[in-house]
Design a protein around this ligand. Sequence first.
Ligand SMILES: [Zn+2]
Length: 528
Amino acid sequence: MATRIAAASILGALCAVAAGAQQKGVDVTSYHFTITIPDTGTSITGHAQVRFRAAAGYDDTLRLDLVGMNVAGVTDQDSRKPVPFSYDGKSIRITAAGLGFHGVVVDYSGSPTDGFFIGTNARGRRSAFADDWPNRARFWLPTIDHPSDKARVAWTVIAPAGWRTVSNAPQCVKAVAVAACTESVQIPTYTMVIGSGEMTVASHRPAIVGHDTIPIEVWAYAEDSAFANDVPFARATEIVETMSRLVGPYPYSKLAHVESSTRYGGMENATAIFYAEDPYVKRTMKEGVVRHETAHQWFGDAVTPREWAHLWLSEGFASYFDLVIGAALSGDSVLVNGMKADKAAWLEANVSNRPMVDIFEKDPNKLLNANVYPKGAWVLHMLREQVGDSAFFRGVRAYYKAYRDTSVVSAQFQEKIEDASGQRLGWFFQQWLYQAGCPKLQVRWTADTAAHTLQLSVQQVQPQAWGRFRLPALTLAFVMPDGRTERRVITVLAQNETVVTLPLPGPGPTDVIVDPDGTLLVVSTVLR
Ligand SMILES: [Zn+2]
């Protein structure tokens, strides 16, 4: 998601529910939710068909997360017979021993306290929108609510007359109950959504992705429709085509961009991206959030971090590909200026004491910080510099192709980049993912005009707890007395001080500029 406009509200609205973990030995393969949205009030009724695979020896109890609803009954999906269960208001425990079934139906009702919001939208009309990240699907959908257990989803939505409903599944957009229709690939529960209300729907030019044609729609409140189509979504099709060309085919069969009540600036629900309504109403919404959320369809939705600690595989990639797409469509300055802004944002955010892959932080909401967004983008940018454009994009494409529709950790990305580049990159991933902070360099030099040499000392003065960083190619620009600039590339070792002696053709430089092109996430001072 894009959090920049909503960071405070995210941090202020932590739900008390601990992040669930995948249930050992159980893999949900599909959900079919039938949801009835009431004409008045906020009480929904739900009918959930949950199909799963159980490995031999699993602990004989299926546990589905569902918080604060009333559960009327659970039945075996195949025999239609009631199944014993217990419900404590947080999870449904279904005894599966001996029954041999692999599908249950849960009937439930209630007013969700989170995850699904029925209320008045920014244009004063009643509407309903889901908002599930990171573990809030459980407030209205019985699920194994963790990104390690992706599943297919189908929706049947019964909504008030005159409403239009968008969901993850294609062609499920009617105002009355419709037959089961499903997105045919597995997605994480945090992107399983519906949105419903009086919406204006515009069709954009379909994206051509290889041999396929992907319909693209913009759903907005009537007052905001023209703005949405003309400004932030003007190049919605080009964005999908650019990602398809750079990374691989779009992973799903359609894409809808939806104005909604999400708490996030944008939320990358698979095939139905929800955006905050305020920037539409204020007319401040720009294309960047659309590029970011569209990139998430590949990274986050199709290739999903298996553990929250590896969230940068979603947010860092979306942040970087936002800029990469921007550069492809509008020129390199989008990437150059975006990386500068990301560096400033990370330095300002005061999160440098935590590593980007933060295995000790268990609350996914707290992981939505500047380490996974701007630093995540920087790690990809430096990796691209390290291995070169060709190997970088070959590695990214191989990673997407291998792990599409699954969940991964960072080591799987590292392996694909190592294969593509022929380089061993353990040192790179170790220092940028698992060490906190970045190098803080202090550069000193002494010119020995008699010996025609320049002695450089590069000290790493960041806190010892951050560790020391290896920089195989640090560019230095020497400003000479006659105004010329001479460039040299040196290797900084992962130790407190690196001393380098360079030949000195003439008099010593008057100044030294560290990393003049801004290709590294380093902070530097130059001392005489
Ligand atoms: Zn994002």
